[in-house]
Design a protein around this ligand. Structure first.
Ligand code: ZN
Length: 138
């Protein structure tokens, strides 16, 4: 049990439904394990995954204390629906208040020369950086 000290935002990278995404994890892992702490669908509904105090599996070599939130959809070329962004905003505000997390980044902020991802797409990356890139509640 560790308190989370950072948060990473993802997109699923495809226009699948929550049921399709969950069954994809199941085929990959043969268990009910969900690699994220929360998944937000396009209507803004939240599906809870791993407990906030346990590690998910969403950033290579960087899962300890790292909350992973995934938005269903591919946002490399378009922006997410407003209801989805609105839920993300509320959830991040809650997590910031609850855990005092100031390290909030898009997945691609963890890119290395060997492992690169465009996740969560340009629009979401820019949004995260501009809204929470320099959060300082100190
Ligand atoms: Zn990702």
């Amino acid at each position: 049990m560790t308190n989370p000290d950072k948060l990473t935002v993802h997109h699923s990278g495809q226009d699948s439904t929550i049921v399709e995404l969950l069954s994809f994890f199941k085929t990959k892992d043969t268990s009910d394990f969900i690699p994220y702490h929360a998944i937000i669908d396009k209507e803004g509904n939240i599906y809870w995954g791993v407990n906030f105090h346990e590690a998910g599996e969403h950033v290579r070599d960087n899962n300890t204390g790292n909350i992973g939130i995934c938005l269903l959809g591919d946002y490399s070329k378009k922006r997410p629906p407003i209801g989805q962004v609105s839920t993300l905003y509320d959830l991040l505000e809650f997590i910031i208040l609850r855990y005092g997390i100031t390290n909030i980044k898009p997945h691609n902020a963890y890119n290395t020369p060997e492992h690169k991802t465009i996740c969560p797409g340009k629009w979401l990356s820019d949004y995260i950086e501009s809204m929470w890139g320099e959060v300082n509640y100190g």
